[in-house]
Design a protein around this ligand. Structure first.
Ligand code: ZN
Length: 96
């Protein structure tokens, strides 16, 4: 009985609090050009898997695509192109 009440209270609290904290306080700011808006990510060693079904005429029909990321994902400033991977990792993983 006690356990049940506790867990429902907990999930309720998390869903309300989380988006608040992240989107407003922990902003990524480029230390080189102070950019806070434009960023891009480079994914290295990504494997794209496309699943096909071959029909009776020998035509391949794609049914599903899958992306498997093997290498590191690097994060860059969209204005001065500085590598901000460490900065982003610190901000996004620090509070989790
Ligand atoms: Zn920058």
């Amino acid at each position: 009985m006690n356990k049940k009440r506790l867990s429902s209270f907990k999930t309720h609290k998390i869903t309300i609090k989380k988006p608040f904290k992240f989107s407003y306080k922990e902003k990524i700011v480029c230390p080189y050009c102070q950019n806070t808006e434009d960023f891009y990510e480079v994914i290295e060693n990504a494997t794209f898997i496309v699943y096909y079904v071959q029909n009776e005429e020998g035509m391949l029909e794609p049914i599903e695509e899958d992306v498997e990321v093997l290498g590191p994902v690097r994060f860059f400033c969209g204005k001065c192109h500085a590598d901000l991977t460490l900065l982003k990792n610190r901000i996004t993983s620090g509070k989790e």
